[in-house]
Design a protein around this ligand. Structure first.
Ligand code: UD1
Ligand code: CA
Length: 469
C-alpha cells in the first residue's frame, strides 16, 4: 500500500454517505425508489448491509423524497448505532445531497459516497477506494458498459489520467462514445470534499449541483485522482426504472442459485428460483421449479420441495417431502414428513417427525405429534394433536366462537371421522374415535366411540316422486 499508513499511524476514520433523496421519477411509483424491494429487501437495505461490512465510524443516509418513510423503514434495524439521517429538501442534485450530510461528518478522515439506487456494490470493491483516499487521493469506481446511455462518462487525457466526468445529458457525441462510466461511488478526504462541494455550480443540462464535478476540481487542485474499474458490471448497475430493477432481481437470484448449486443443492432450474431472504440447505436437498423462499428458511438434509411452493420462515426436517403448490408460513416441520400437495401451514405450527399433511389441509397455531395424519380437506386451528392421531377427511376444528379463540386437544392415537366438527374448547381422549359427521361440543372420553349426529332411519313404503308429463 502507498505511503502514510503504518502500524503506528492508524488509517484515518471512514464515514459513509448514502444518497437516497431522489424521487425516482422513472419508477412511476409512490414508493421512494430506495425502498423498492430487490430480492425481498429495499434497495437501500442492500447498501446499508454493505456499509456494515466496512466498519465505518459514521454512516449518513441523505433522504428527501419520502424521507419519513425511508427513515421509518430503517428505524429498527440492527445496523445502526452509527447511522444518521440527513434531510435534503429540495433535491438539487447529488453534490447538493452530499453537502447536506457534511454537518454530520467528522472534520477529519475520509468519506465514501454510495448511491441508494446502486444496491450491489460489494465491500471488496469499495475498500480499495477507501485505502486510496486515506493516502490523500480522490478515488473513483468506474465501469465499462456496452450501453452507457444515461451514465456519466469518465474523461481522460492523452496520458490516460482522469480529468473529469461529464453527465450523459451534458456530453458531446464524442464524449458519449466513451464506454467507461461513473458508478457514482467515490471516496475522498473529508476536508477536500467540503472545499470542492462549496465550489459546485449548477450551470448544466439538469440545473443540478453534480457531485461528479468534484473530479475536475480535484484535478485543478492537483489532488491525485485514481479510478478503479469493477470487473463485474452487474455489481454497480443503478436502478432508475422498472426494467433495470427487474434485471438486477434476476442477477441477484441467479447468484443465489449459483451459491446453492455450489453448496450441493439440486435445483431443477436455476433460472426459476426466488430467494427473498436466506435459504439454508443441508446435503442433497432438491428444489423443483417456481419455488419462492422468504425470510429464513431451513431445509435439512435430503429435504425435497416440489414445484410452485412458497415457504416463508419455515424449518423443514431431514428427508421431508413438500409436494407441489404448498404455502408454508412460520412453521416447523420434523423429519420424514409429507406435506401437500396444496397444503397451507400458518404461523406457529409445529409438526413432529413423520407427520402427513395432505391436500387442502390448513393448520394454524397447532402442533401435531409424531406420525399424526391429516390427509384431506381439514382445518386444524389452535389444536394440540398427539402422536399417531388420524384426522379424518373434512374434519374441522372449530376454534372461534365469534369473539374468542379456544384450544382443542386431541390425544395420542385418537381418530376423528370424516366431516366431523370439534367445537373448542374440548379434549378428545387418547385412542378415542369420533364418528363420521359428528359435531362434538363436549369432551370425548379416551378409548371410546363418540357419535353426535342423528341416527340414520329408513322410511318404509316411501316411493320416489315421478316426473309429471
Ligand atoms: C448518477 C451520476 C452519474 C452516474 C450514475 C450511476 C451524478 C450527477 N450523476 O446519475 O455520473 O453514472 O449516477 O448510477 O451524480 N440523489 C439525491 N439527491 C439529489 C439527486 C439524487 O439524494 O438531489 C440520489 C438519488 O436518490 C440516487 C442517487 O443520488 O440514489 C443518484 O441519483 P440519480 O438521479 O439516479 O443520478 P443518475 O442520473 O443515475
Ligand atoms: Ca441513478
Amino acid at each position: 500500500m502507498r505511503g502514510m499508513t503504518t502500524a503506528h499511524t492508524p488509517p484515518s476514520p471512514l464515514s459513509v454517505v448514502v444518497l437516497a433523496a431522489g424521487k425516482g421519477t422513472r419508477m412511476r411509483s409512490d414508493l421512494p425508489k430506495v425502498l423498492q424491494p430487490l430480492a425481498g429487501k429495499p434497495l437501500l437495505g442492500h447498501v446499508l448491509d454493505t456499509v456494515q461490512q466496512l466498519a465505518a465510524e459514521r454512516a449518513v443516509v441523505v433522504a428527501g423524497f419520502g424521507a419519513q418513510r425511508v427513515q421509518e423503514a430503517f428505524a429498527h434495524q440492527p445496523h445502526q448505532q452509527t447511522l444518521r439521517f440527513a434531510l435534503q429538501e429540495p433535491q438539487l442534485g447529488t453534490g447538493h445531497a452530499v453537502q447536506q450530510a457534511l454537518p454530520d461528518l467528522p472534520e477529519t478522515g475520509v468519506c465514501l459516497v454510495l448511491y441508494g439506487d446502486v444496491p450491489l456494490a460489494p465491500a471488496a470493491s469499495l475498500l480499495p477506494l477507501v485505502a486510496e483516499a486515506q493516502t490523500g487521493a480522490l478515488a473513483l469506481l468506474t465501469v465499462e458498459l456496452p450501453d452507457p446511455t444515461g451514465y456519466g462518462r469518465i474523461l481522460r487525457n492523452a496520458d490516460g489520467a482522469v480529468q473529469g466526468i461529464v453527465e450523459h445529458k451534458d456530453a458531446s457525441p464524442a464524449q458519449r462514445a466513451v464506454r467507461e462510466c461513473n458508478t457514482g461511488i467515490l471516496c475522498a478526504p473529508v476536508a477536500h470534499l467540503r472545499r470542492w462541494l462549496g465550489q459546485l455550480r449548477n450551470d448544466n443540462a439538469q440545473g443540478e449541483y453534480y457531485l461528479t464535478d468534484v473530479v475536475a476540481l480535484a484535478v485543478a487542485d492537483g489532488v491525485p485522482v485514481r479510478a478503479a474499474t469493477v470487473p463485474d458490471a452487474d455489481d454497480v448497475l443503478g436502478v432508475n426504472d422498472r426494467g433495470q430493477l427487474a434485471h438486477l432481481e434476476r442477477v441477484v437470484q441467479l447468484r443465489a442459485a449459483r451459491r446453492l448449486l455450489d453448496a450441493g443443492v439440486t435445483l431443477a432450474d436455476p433460472a426459476r428460483l426466488d430467494v427473498r431472504g436466506t435459504l439454508h440447505c443441508g446435503r442433497d436437498v432438491f428444489i423443483d421449479v417456481g419455488c419462492v423462499f422468504e425470510g429464513e428458511v431451513h431445509l435439512a438434509d435430503g429435504a425435497r420441495v416440489g414445484p410452485y411452493a412458497v415457504l416463508r420462515d419455515v424449518r423443514v426436517g431431514a428427508d421431508t417431502v413438500v409436494h407441489p403448490f404448498c404455502h408454508l408460513d412460520g412453521a416447523g416441520i420434523g423429519a420424514g414428513a409429507i406435506i401437500g400437495p396444496f397444503a397451507r401451514l400458518r404461523p406457529t405450527t409445529a409438526l413432529a417427525d413423520g407427520v402427513h399433511i395432505g391436500n387442502f389441509v390448513e393448520v394454524k397455531n397447532g402442533t401435531l405429534g409424531q406420525g399424526a395424519k391429516a390427509n384431506h380437506l381439514s382445518y386444524v386451528g389452535d389444536a394440540t394433536v398427539g402422536a399417531r392421531v388420524n384426522i379424518g377427511a373434512g374434519t374441522i376444528v372449530a376454534n372461534y366462537d365469534g369473539a374468542n379463540k379456544h384450544r382443542t386437544v386431541i390425544e395420542d392415537d385418537a381418530h376423528t371421522g370424516s366431516n366431523s366438527v370439534l367445537v373448542a374448547p374440548i379434549t378428545v381422549g387418547a385412542g378415542a374415535t369420533i364418528g363420521a359427521g359428528s359435531t362434538v361440543t363436549k369432551n370425548a372420553p379416551a378409548g371410546k366411540l363418540t357419535v353426535a349426529r342423528a341416527k340414520a332411519v329408513t322410511l318404509e313404503g316411501w316411493t320416489r316422486p315421478v316426473k309429471k308429463k
